[in-house]
Design a protein around this ligand. Structure first.
Ligand SMILES: Cc1cc2nc3c(=O)[nH]c(=O)nc-3n(C[C@H](O)[C@H](O)[C@H](O)COP(=O)(O)O)c2cc1C
Length: 197
C-alpha cells in the first residue's frame, strides 16, 4: 500500500466485534505498508438517532469530528456488519448526521468532505456470506449520496466466528491476501488522486 493517510471505521464497536477485529487486521496491514492509519470509533461519538427536531437545535458537535477526520485523511476503509441484509444503524446514522453539516466560516459541508474521496469496503459476519449484501448497499449509499469513489475490490469474511486466532490474526491466508488486495487497490487509487490534485 502507498504511504497514504487512512481512516479506518468499523460499523460495530461491541466487545468481541468481528468487524472491529477485521478492521484491526486491515489497519495493521496498512501500517506495515507505510500508511498513516487512524482507527476511528463511531460509537464514541454517541450521536443520537437522526431526528429533525434535534437538528433544528443544531447538528450535534460530534458529527463535526467525523467530518474533520474524513477531511484529514486521503482515503477511508469501512468495515461493516450486516443487519437484516443491510448496513447497521451505527454507520448509517453517523453518515446521515455528517450529511446534514452545512458549510460555515472556515468549515466545509459534510458532503464536501466526502465528495471524490476514495473508500474501500470490508465486511464480516458469522454467516456464510460474510455481510456481502450489506457491503453492496453501503457501496450504493456512499456513491450515490456522498459522492465517494468506492473501489471495486471488496471482501466479505464469512464464518467470522472461526476466522481469527487468539492473537487476532486471520487464520486463512486467502482471507489475509484478500484484505491486502483491497488495501492495495485503495492505496493505488488514493495516491493517484492525491497526485492529480
Ligand atoms: C438485528 C440483527 C440483524 C442481523 N442480520 C444479519 C444478516 O442479515 N446477515 C448476517 O450475516 N448476519 C446478521 N446478523 C448477525 C451479525 O452478523 C452478527 O451479530 C455479527 O457478529 C455483527 O457484527 P460484529 O461482530 O462486528 O458486531 C444480524 C444481527 C443483528 C443484531
Amino acid at each position: 500500500m502507498k504511504p497514504i493517510r487512512l481512516l479506518v471505521i468499523s460499523g460495530s464497536e461491541r466487545q468481541g466485534s468481528y468487524n472491529r477485529s477485521l478492521a484491526r487486521v486491515a489497519a495493521g496491514v496498512a501500517r506495515r505498508d507505510g500508511a498513516a492509519v487512524t482507527e476511528f470509533d463511531l460509537r464514541a461519538l454517541a450521536l443520537p438517532i437522526y431526528d429533525g427536531d434535534i437538528e433544528a437545535q443544531g447538528v450535534p458537535a460530534a458529527a463535526t469530528q467525523l467530518r474533520d477526520a474524513v477531511l484529514a485523511h486521503d482515503a477511508l476503509l469501512v468495515v461493516t456488519p450486516e443487519y437484516n441484509a443491510f448496513p447497521p444503524p451505527l454507520l448509517l446514522n453517523a453518515f446521515d448526521w455528517l450529511s446534514r453539516l452545512r458549510a460555515g466560516e472556515g468549515t466545509v459541508a459534510g458532503l464536501a468532505a466526502t465528495a471524490n474521496r476514495p473508500v474501500a469496503l470490508l465486511a464480516a459476519s458469522p454467516g456464510p456470506l460474510g455481510g456481502l449484501r450489506s457491503m453492496n448497499y453501503l457501496r450504493q449509499y456512499l456513491q450515490a449520496a456522498f459522492a465517494m469513489i468506492v473501489v471495486p475490490q471488496q471482501f466479505a469474511l464469512g464464518r467470522a466466528g472461526e476466522a481469527f486466532d487468539d492473537a487476532g490474526a486471520l487464520k486463512d491466508p486467502k482471507a489475509q491476501h484478500a484484505v491486502e488486495g483491497v488495501l492495495e487497490a485503495l492505496g493505488e487509487l488514493a495516491s493517484a488522486l492525491k497526485a492529480a490534485r
